[in-house]
Structure formats: structure tokens, C-alpha cells
Design a protein around this ligand. Sequence first.
Ligand SMILES: Cc1cc2nc3c(=O)[nH]c(=O)nc-3n(C[C@H](O)[C@H](O)[C@H](O)COP(=O)(O)O)c2cc1C
Length: 405
Amino acid sequence: MPRNAWFETVAEARRRARKRLPGPVYGALVAGSERGRTIDANQDAFAELGFAPRVVGHHAERDLSTTVLGVPTAFPVLISPTGVQAVDPDGEVAVARAAASRGVVMGLSSFASRPVEEVAKAQPDLFFQLYWSGTRQVMVERMDRARAAGAKALIVTLDWSFSHGRDWGSPAIPDRLDLRTMLRFAPDVLPRPGWLWRYARSGRLPDLTVPNLRTPGGEAPTFFGAYGEWMQTTPPTWEDVKWLREEWGGPFLLKGVTRVDDAKRAVDAGVSALSVSNHGGNNLDTTPATIRILPSVAAAVGDQIEVLLDGGVRRGGDVAKALALGARAVLIGRAYLWGLAAGGQAGVENVLDILRGGLDSAVLGLGHSSVHELGPDDLVIPPGFPLTLGGGDVPVGHPTPATTT
Ligand SMILES: Cc1cc2nc3c(=O)[nH]c(=O)nc-3n(C[C@H](O)[C@H](O)[C@H](O)COP(=O)(O)O)c2cc1C
């Protein structure tokens, strides 16, 4: 039986990605540090939450649209910045086109394989992501470049602590593509002719440089060159965060917060939004699932700044659950990367449609006419589910999420 090009679940996108990609490229997408407890926990915790549907009084029309940091979005899902895009020759540009066609905001990693100017042309609703790396002067240059390209917000990711061990064996990532490297990787690549064919047709080779971290007039560093700069940079203080925020001067999203005390300090530093995130389980393994931590963070600061969540979102129902517990929107990582691997731009659109459709079903079944009506009363929350990290004895309430206009 011929297979439908369209897939119905993110799980199927993942299966297709696995079939299409060379082992090391697929491995780099799945990642998950050490035992992989956090990557599993992020997903499993969503399944522990139940829905409490209503049976009559459903609304024929539902409004899924909202704004994030003042930017309108067709539904509350953003593309999370990710730095590994050797998945598809068009990489971030394909993702940007998909995001634009579905009306959602894209976060672009500073470790992306395509320049911010090119990606911003495909999706002007772009947020640029930065790590604390290099000198202040270098960071100012990078922010200036992103601003000039039209980035509408800055995402600063601060939860990475260079945790490298993976029990399942980290994939080898080459520093550059020369003949020797190609021969070394041939046994992984040759059994995946479809992936090779996509690159051959595009006339490109997988790009292992990081163009958004190029110094003015200089060359783009390699991935490992850029990573080395980052590792050697003294980690930031809250004063540094405040400085970054002031230098940027526009909407500012801090990504990677798990503790209530950090969330409060982030507000003091002047951030406009934060994402409750554990880097998708790629960093400190055994950090709890983000959906468990969300209610305490939202209750503590959700009336002052926008609170987002990322980690483990694979279904539209997951989006509804995060919104019900106080998130303004969620960011997705692996889900769209699998879509990209499965079908390029169309594969990412397919994943966004799955999430949108699932969210719409949840809003319908819960008896609402808008995503803004979702609340804890829509959920069955098992005893002990919510966790508070870093103080603050905060009950699960129905926080009123802040809006940035
Ligand atoms: C392959 C890969 C690369 C990533 N690269 C970055 C990055 O460059 N910057 C960043 O802020 N987060 C990065 N992340 C984290 C994601 O932005 C996001 O927090 C995470 O993927 C969310 O979890 P999910 O994959 O379960 O949706 C990366 C994640 C993956 C899987």
C-alpha cells in the first residue's frame, strides 16, 4: 500500500526521520544527556495530566490566536531555536518558510547553519537567540546584526552548563567536511541515499560553520570553534543579564528558568518573558519535567511578565495543558526537527498542523471558544504533580498571564 506523504502524529515524523537520516545526524537530534531521564520526564509528565472535558455547549468556532512579546501568532506554538540543522539542505530557511506559512514565530539559534538575514527574509516574525559567549563587544555586534536583520525579540539561553556524557553514546560530529571526513562517515551516510540525494539536488554540502557568530569582516567559525569561545567565557551574573537586556533594548526572553527565585531575579533584571525550560533534557539530567515546574513559576511572576514553556511538547493536547497551567505559549524543538527531516518545509508545516489540530480539539472538547479560557479546572492534576524549585510555596492557581504589547 503506498504510504501517505502526510503524517498524523509527531511520533510518525520521528519514525520517518530515523529512517531517512544517517545514524549520527538522527542521534544528534534526539540527544538527551546521561541516562535521558529528563528528556523522558518532559514527555511522560504531560501524559500524567488528564483532561476534564465538557459534553454540551461546545463552540462551533474557536480562536487559537494570541500574541507573544507583542507579536501576533496564529496559535500559541513557537519554533524553539536549535543548532543542529544538517537534517535538510535548506535547514533554517525551510523551517522559517513553514513558520511563516502557518503564522507562527520562529526562534533562530545563534548556532544555526544559515545567516539571520536570509532566515528573516523567509519569516520576518523572528526572535534571535544568543548564548553568553565572547566579549561584551562581540555580543553587542551580534545583537546589532540581529536587530539590523529585523529580529523582533532576543532570546537569551542561560541554562547550558556543558554537560556532555550520554549513556547511549554521543554521535560523532565532524569539525569540517573534507575528503577524509567524508570517507570516515561513508558507512553511516551511504545507507541513507534519500538524505544524500536531497543534498546532491540542492548543490550544497551539510554546513558545519556558524555564520551568525562571524565577526565583522571575518569568517564564520566552525561549530567547535564557536563552542570553544563559549566554554572559555566567564559565566554571566544577574548584572550581566541586566546589561544584555539594556543593550538589546527591545523584547527580551530568558530561556532556561526552572526555579522560582531565578524567575523573580529575572523580573528584577528587566526581562519581558521567560521560558520554563531544561534545554529539552539535553543538559543536567534528572532536572524535573518543565510542565511540573510551570505552575509555580507562572504563579510567582506570570502577572508581571509572559511565561512560556518548552520541553516534551509532542501533541496539541500538550499545548493545551501548558496553557491551562499558566503558559502564554510553548516552544517546540525536536517535533519540528523530525518534521524537517521527514519532509523538509512541508514536514515542518505538517507538524505545526498536527499541533494546531490537537490544540483545537482540546479547546473544543473542553467547551471553550478561545485558548485564553483554558485553566487548571480543565485538567485532572494528580496529587504531588506540581513542583516548586527554589522556594516560594505557591499553589496551583489560575494565574492571569501578562501580555506585552
Ligand atoms: C538538536 C537540538 C539543538 C538545540 N540547540 C539549541 C540552541 O542552539 N539554542 C537553544 O537555546 N536551545 C537549543 N536546543 C533546545 C531547544 O531550543 C528546546 O529548549 C528543546 O528542544 C525543547 O524540548 P523538545 O525538543 O522536547 O521540544 C536544542 C535542542 C535540540 C534537540
